[in-house]
Design a protein around this ligand. Structure first.
Ligand SMILES: O=P(O)(O)OC[C@H]1O[C@H](O)[C@H](O)[C@@H](O)[C@@H]1O
Ligand SMILES: [Fe+2]
Length: 211
């Protein structure tokens, strides 16, 4: 039986990162082309912020098996593209039956969840709230506040991320926008296409094959 050393890392809330981990990646605004509905507003944003970081993830990965847990911290800057709040790309786990938890550290946001069948759940994230993302839910975080959104997360190390699922459906079913009073509301995404029965079946079957 393979065994790993226990590990302690520090969540540096003010900087939105995990100290003592072994992984780090950044997404620039330039990497987020096509995610937002207002293409002209996005082009203006890129003019201003080309080469700067939209969100970043620091992690500790002990190993690669289902019985290993990846832990980490994600930090996303605040802002909007047109009236749409900043968001992460979002994904479903490639091994779809793997869950995830997110623990709010600072800032305010939404965990936007969508089932393969197209149901939406919008869970508010704030400091000291924990969001449980069940297996088979597509998830994306949205920064609806005026500060960095910082969350700690944990998920099985063999989960994997399928980003194509959102592209194939023309985005998620709703968009999280400014309600005109400094808060947020959700509006339908007219570009959204329901997933086919075949694609839905594949999501659940693949999970069966992976376990
Ligand atoms: O991977 P994205 O959808 O771009 O989201 C950014 C990150 O969000 C969370 O922190 C997840 O736990 C990470 O695994 C993910 O990579
Ligand atoms: Fe995930």
């Amino acid at each position: 039986m393979e065994s790993h050393e226990p590990q302690s890392c520090d969540v540096v809330v003010s900087e939105g990162r995990l100290e003592g981990g072994n992984g780090h990646y950044q997404k620039l605004y330039d990497d987020l082309t096509g995610l937002y509905s207002d293409a002209a507003a996005f082009a203006r944003l890129i003019e201003e912020r080309r080469g700067t970081v939209a969100y970043e993830v620091t992690t500790y990965t002990p190993g690669k098996k289902v019985s290993d847990l990846i832990m980490g911290v994600t930090r996303m800057a605040p802002g909007k593209v047109g009236d749409e709040y900043f968001l992460t790309r979002g994904h479903i786990h490639a091994n779809g039956d793997r869950p995830e938890i997110y623990y709010g550290q600072s800032g305010r946001g939404i965990m936007q969840l969508e089932s393969p069948e197209g149901e939406t759940r919008l869970i508010e994230v704030k400091p000291q709230s924990i969001c449980y993302v069940p297996p088979f839910w597509i998830h994306r975080s949205v920064n609806t506040g005026s500060e960095d959104l910082v969350m700690m997360f944990v998920y099985p190390a063999d989960s994997g991320q399928d980003y194509g699922i959102i592209e194939r459906s023309g985005g998620l079913r709703v968009r999280i926008v400014d309600d005109g009073m400094g808060g947020w509301t959700d509006v339908p995404n007219p570009g959204w296409r329901p997933r086919s029965d075949a694609e839905i079946a594949r999501i659940y079957e693949d999970a069966g094959a992976a376990t």
